[in-house]
Every structure is written in structure tokens, then in C-alpha cells.
Design a protein around this ligand. Structure first.
Ligand code: BV8
Ligand code: ZN
Length: 233
């Protein structure tokens, strides 16, 4: 019998690919204060600094590859099909590059640009700092298509529908510090789902999970996927 699984991922799943996390010692928030690079106010106040922050991350993304954790989740999708949904807080495209198709980027994507004039969204893998013209309306009002603090995350209805009908909720590589994502474990528990956390060290929400395993995602996720595969044979 196939179980309905929702997997939430955070920066920790991409750490072993060489992408910085946010809160770890050498994390993204160390070099930049959140309020200067990840809020709409910061973008209106100083767009050049915000563009540089995201243009640098977009360039770094080209130089890295999915790791064993991303690849294991893509294999799990082969087994569970539509019964698996990956909800990521990450703006990188490593889940898709690993072969996952059923991925929701609740905080947006680095490889997408959003126009502040026509609200058009365009696949984008180049810098935005030099004010390129919007392919839709021609205005130079393109911004990174990411969800900043104070902005509404994407696809919350779809995510909440999947959570309330889930049998199993798994959080991988996330500190549980940012809402509404950090609240999903409570939503899943209320819906009667089993909950599992796979994280390098304890998070702000570890105590809310039925089972919390600590270690690198590149080791824990393939082990967990192998267990699920064995169960569903
Ligand atoms: C909103 C995109 C209205 C940009 C991001 C309730 C209470 C308190 C505050 C709030 C609240 N509700 C809303 C707020 C405000 C705010 C918020 O949560 N503030 C926090 C700081 C207190 N939330 C918002 O503003 C959100 N919008 O609320 O809109 C609304 C209200 C109600 C309902 C709906 C909407 C929007 C938040 C999104 C902001 N944008 N990213 C960008 O990427 O630049 S957030 C960004 O930071 C990430 O996307 C992610 O969400 C977060 C970072 O967290 P993690 O991914 O978990 O990364 P972190 O570094 O923290 O942790 C890494 C973990 O991995 C660690 O635990 C580490 O141990 C582990 N790890 C490391 N290496 C490994 C590993 N694990 C395994 N293997 C390894 N190798
Ligand atoms: Zn436009």
C-alpha cells in the first residue's frame, strides 16, 4: 500500500553540494543582514546590493551539482509517483537536476525573474543587476523571483492540501526558524501523519517530531529511502 509522503527540505540538503546554508557559522546571513538583502524594503532602498547578492548565488549555482540526498529523493519519486511531494524552501534547482519532478519552491527560484510592472515570470540564468529589459513589457523592472521576508510564500494552498492528506511528513536539512514552513510539522501531526526529521543537528522544532535522526543528509536520506523502498516492495 503506497503511503502519501510530504518532504520539506531546507538549505541543509544542499550543503554537501557546496552551497552555503543560512544560519551555520559560514552561512549566508553571516555575510549579509537579512534586512539588507531579503526584504522588499531592502530592494527598493538599495537594489544594487540585493541584485549582487542573488546574482552571486545564481552564478555559484552553475558550479555545483546535486548530492546523494537529492538523488535518493528522485529515486523515491520513481517508487511513490504522485504519492510523493517535495516542498523546498531552497531557491536552487538541485532537486530538479537530480530528476525530481514533483517539487514546489515555496520561497521561489534563483533561475526565474519576476517583473514588478507586468508581474510576468521568466526563466532566467543570467545576472539581473544590469537592469535587463523585461521580455514581457520591456521595462527594466525585473527582480529575483524569490519570496522575501514579509511576502506571501508560493503555493501554500497546494502545500496545505498535501499536508492534511499525508501519512508521513519528513523534514530534511532545515532549522525550523522560518514560518510558515516551520509550522508544517504541527499541521501534519494534526492531520494524523507520522513525522520524521533528518538533520545534521537538532533544530528549533526537533521536539515536535515522532522521530528525529541526526547526521549528514547525504547519508541519512539514502538510508531512509532504501527503508521505504524495502517496505513498498
Ligand atoms: C510570511 C528566499 C505572511 C530568499 C527565504 C510566525 C512567527 C514568527 C515570525 C513569523 C511568523 N510568521 C511569519 C513570520 C515572519 C517571517 C519569519 O518566519 N521570520 C523568522 C526569521 C522568525 N516569515 C516570513 O516573512 C514569510 N512570509 O510570513 O508572509 C504570511 C503569514 C501567514 C501565512 C502565510 C504568509 C516568508 C519567509 C520566506 C523568506 N525567504 N528564502 C533567499 O533564499 O534568499 S527564507 C530562507 O531562510 C530559506 O528559504 C529558509 O526558509 C530559511 C533558512 O532556513 P533553512 O533552509 O532551514 O536553513 P538554515 O541555514 O537556517 O538551517 C540549515 C539546517 O540544516 C540546520 O539545522 C543545519 O543543522 C542543517 N544542516 C547543515 N548541513 C547539513 C544539515 N542537515 C543535513 N545535512 C547536512 N549536510
Ligand atoms: Zn514586465
Amino acid at each position: 500500500m503506497l503511503v502519501k509522503v510530504v518532504v520539506l527540505t531546507g538549505a541543509g540538503i544542499s550543503a554537501e553540494s557546496g552551497l552555503a546554508t543560512f544560519r551555520d557559522a559560514d552561512g549566508l546571513w553571516q555575510g549579509h543582514h537579512v534586512d539588507n538583502v531579503a526584504t522588499p524594503e531592502a530592494f527598493h532602498r538599495d537594489p544594487a546590493t540585493v541584485h549582487r547578492f542573488y546574482d552571486d548565488r545564481r552564478r555559484e549555482l552553475r558550479a555545483v551539482a546535486p548530492n546523494a540526498a537529492h538523488l535518493a529523493l528522485a529515486r523515491l519519486e520513481q517508487v511513490l509517483g504522485d504519492e510523493l511531494l517535495v516542498v523546498t524552501q531552497n531557491v536552487d534547482d538541485l532537486h530538479e537536476r537530480a530528476g525530481s519532478r514533483r517539487v514546489v519552491h515555496m520561497h521561489g527560484e534563483l533561475l526565474s525573474a519576476l517583473c514588478d510592472s507586468c508581474q510576468g515570470r521568466f526563466a532566467w540564468d543570467d545576472d539581473l543587476g544590469d537592469g535587463p529589459a523585461c521580455p514581457g513589457c520591456g521595462n527594466d523592472t525585473l527582480r529575483p523571483d524569490v519570496v522575501w521576508f514579509g511576502e506571501m510564500p508560493y503555493d501554500l494552498d497546494l502545500i496545505e492540501r498535501a499536508l492534511v492528506r499525508s501519512d508521513l511528513f519528513v523534514a530534511i536539512g532545515t532549522s525550523g526558524a522560518v514560518y510558515p514552513a516551520a509550522g508544517f510539522v504541527r499541521m501534519a501531526t494534526r492531520a494524523g501523519a507520522k513525522t520524521l526529521e533528518l538533520n545534521l543537528d537538532s533544530s528549533e522544532t526537533s521536539h515536535l517530531f515522532d522521530d528525529a535522526r541526526q547526521g549528514p543528509a547525504g547519508k541519512l536520506v539514502p538510508e531512509w529511502v532504501a527503508d521505504v523502498q524495502a517496505l513498498s516492495r
